[in-house]
Design a protein around this ligand. Structure first.
Ligand SMILES: *Cc1c(COP(=O)(O)O)cnc(C)c1O
Length: 398
């Protein structure tokens, strides 16, 4: 098959809408355009039925029930609602939140906002593979701890966290556990019951659904889990999130979640084999130059983050015009600061700055991976030759 350029290897930033998802969505823009809150006619009833089906499909992906899903605009909003909402519901009592240094900005900045309001926040370190030690979570829990927020999988280095172990601790200590599963949901098994997760954020556009629709799973339990809403209004979504529901988005999210659930194990095997081939290919064309960020153990199957000794990530990306890649998270790309995620994993500034993240996905082919190996290999060899020449010239002048 002919290659289409630029080749997309940035699936952690976003994914294209699967044609099966688009097909499911289309009628809900036109003939079935009803407001799901309209109770007096068929347009409303049809929309409501579609929303409830989507709720069921999203819930099933994480082993929750439909009544535990609240639709939002995406994982950023879900993270804000979970963290600010849980602390808000403590009604001014001293509150403590535990999170990690490698969370998405929507978690870290929500925590920073709370700190300005007097909330105590602990940012746990991670090891070289990007994982949190559950014993650190246990030690950090105090009498005032309201919430522990640990991402299910990291968007830069793909580290999958030991959530079941952490969930056993938070449940025993009576503390809420929130997880940002934007990267994990649909890619690796996430089970809110088995893992004792109380709150879970996910988003459609990281799993071949549309942008602008996400969900917060809110465990049903007694006494009811309290969250202060961010958006007040008509009382939609059991009062947790007012606003007319994005019906086509929810239909697409539901179908996307269903497909991810069905194809997860086969797709995971296909992508991890492709990812390993990419890594081995890069090592073969650039001997002694490529280093893995993080570890292959408990890593998202479609993630590869590597550093290239002796070159800069941004200059690599500038030199590669036909493969869409990123030096780190999309949210901080454009800045030349070394990634806070890589730094937290103990990777020095130089190697962090020479890092590239590859994100493979549903539509990635072997031919595309081969092209990327060849292209990246040539560009890096060229840049390294340039650096070596510059060093040589400096040495001669000195
Ligand atoms: C993409 C992403 C988000 C943000 O999701 P949006 O739906 O774009 O708001 C949050 N957390 C992680 C880990 C992500 O990868």
């Amino acid at each position: 098959m002919a290659l289409t350029f630029p080749i997309y290897l940035d699936y952690h930033a976003t994914t294209p809408v699967d044609p099966r998802v688009l097909e499911a969505m289309l009628p809900y823009f036109t003939s079935r355009f009803g407001n799901a809150a309209s109770r007096s006619h068929k347009y409303g009833w049809d929309a409501d039925k579609a929303v409830e089906k989507g709720r069921q499909q999203v819930a099933a992906l994480v082993s929750g029930t439909a009544g535990e899903i609240v639709f939002t605009s995406g994982a950023s909003e879900s993270n804000n609602l979970a963290i600010k909402g849980a602390v808000g519901a403590t009604a001014g009592r001293p509150a403590h939140v535990i999170t990690t240094r490698i969370e998405h900005k929507s978690v870290l900045d929500s925590c920073k906002r709370l700190e300005q309001q007097g909330v105590r926040v602990t940012y746990l370190p991670v090891d070289a593979s990007g994982r949190v030690d559950p014993a650190d979570v246990e030690r950090a829990i105090g009498d005032d701890t309201v919430l522990v927020s640990v991402m299910a999988a990291n968007n830069e280095i793909g580290a999958v966290q030991p959530l079941a172990e952490i969930g056993a601790i938070t449940r025993a200590r009576g503390v809420l556990l929130h997880t940002d599963a934007a990267q994990a949901a649909g890619k690796v098994p996430v089970d809110v019951r088995a893992m004792n997760i109380d709150l879970l954020s996910c988003t459609a556009h990281k799993m071949y659904g549309p942008k602008g629709i996400g969900a917060l799973y809110i465990r049903k339990r007694t006494p009811r889990l309290q969250l202060t809403p961010l958006i007040d209004g008509g009382g939609h979504e059991r009062g947790f999130r007012s606003g007319t529901l994005n019906v086509p988005g929810i239909v697409g999210f539901g179908r996307a979640a269903e497909i991810n659930g069905e194809e997860m194990s086969a797709e995971s095997a296909r992508l991890s084999a492709m990812r390993d081939r990419l890594y081995e290919g890069l090592c073969a064309v650039l001997p002694g130059c490529v280093g893995l960020n993080g570890s292959f153990d408990r890593r998202l199957p479609h993630n590869l983050s590597v550093h290239f000794r002796g070159v800069e990530g941004e200059s690599i990306l500038m030199a590669i015009d036909d493969v869409a890649l990123s030096s780190g998270s999309a949210c901080s790309s454009g800045s030349i600061e070394p990634s806070y995620v890589l730094k937290a994993c103990g990777i020095g500034d130089d190697l962090a700055l020479s890092s590239i993240r590859f994100g493979l996905g549903r539509f990635t082919t072997d031919e595309e991976v081969d092209y990327a190996i060849d292209k990246v290999g040539k560009v890096i060899a060229h840049l390294r030759a340039g650096h070596a020449a510059a060093r040589g010239a400096r040495a001669v002048r000195a």
